[in-house]
Write a protein that binds this ligand. Structure first.
Ligand SMILES: N[C@@H](CCC(=O)N[C@@H](CS)C(=O)NCC(=O)O)C(=O)O
Length: 214
């Protein structure tokens, strides 16, 4: 089997989505650290792997991919027999997963990524945050988490009874937000809070966190 290569940054939420999937599937990979502070993601050779100049990029033999969710879907499909099953073979369950997958990327992530930047990354690198952006996006997150609380009171995970890619795709932003003032929005909702505790305790997720430099 050709070696899988992940080009990204251990701090990047999109990169973490891919490494979390590889660890869940127990697939070995080689990690190439792209120094974003030096702008390596905007230059060759990286820009040939992702013309949008964003991490991560991924290689499996001749196959070259970018866009983290497309990469996780590929890994899940190609290595279906390995590690954790992160999807369903039932078309109705798959359709429900599809709904919540769209919610994660078009509702949750739109807001969470702004908060991660303001409260997570800027804090990490000592850059002053913009309180207006934080306030606006926390208000939006509050409404999204009302929907999440209802869904998670009916179903243990977003896709049903078992952990799937939909839950996994949330993990990187949760990592930053649960260390920030936005934590209160998750903790005030019992089902959301139990789901966060459950999915962040997964051994594969600890392996992703171990890649972040101290
Ligand atoms: N939709 C893309 C988003 C990738 C993305 O936004 N990556 C961030 C790091 S988490 C990045 O490279 N930011 C630098 C930039 O946009 O210039 C994916 O899921 O892969």
């Amino acid at each position: 089997m050709a070696t899988i290569k992940v080009h990204g940054s251990p701090y990047s939420t999109a990169t973490m989505r891919v490494t979390a999937t590889l660890y869940e599937k127990q697939i070995e990979f080689e990690f190439f650290n792209i120094n974003m502070r030096n702008g390596e993601h905007k230059k060759e050779p990286f820009i040939s792997l992702n013309p949008f100049g964003q991490v991560p990029a991924f290689e499996d033999g001749d196959l070259k991919l970018f866009e983290s969710r497309a990469i996780t879907q590929y890994i899940n499909h190609e290595y279906a027999d390995k590690g954790t099953k992160l999807t369903s073979s039932d078309s109705k369950k798959l359709a429900i997963m599809g709904v919540w997958s769209e919610v994660e990327s078009h509702h949750f992530d739109q807001v969470a990524s702004k908060l991660v930047w303001e409260l997570g990354i800027k804090t990490l690198f000592g850059i002053p945050l913009d309180p207006k952006i934080v306030e606006e996006n926390e208000a939006k997150l509050d409404s999204i988490l009302d929907v999440y609380e209802k869904r998670l009171s009916e179903s243990k995970y977003f896709g049903g009874d078992s952990f799937t890619l939909v839950d996994l795709h949330h993990l990187p932003s949760l990592h930053y937000l649960m260390k920030s003032q936005s934590k209160k929005l998750f903790e005030s909702r019992p089902h959301v809070s139990a789901w966060v505790a459950d999915i962040t305790a997964r051994p594969a997720w600890s392996e992703v966190l171990a890649m972040i430099p101290n």
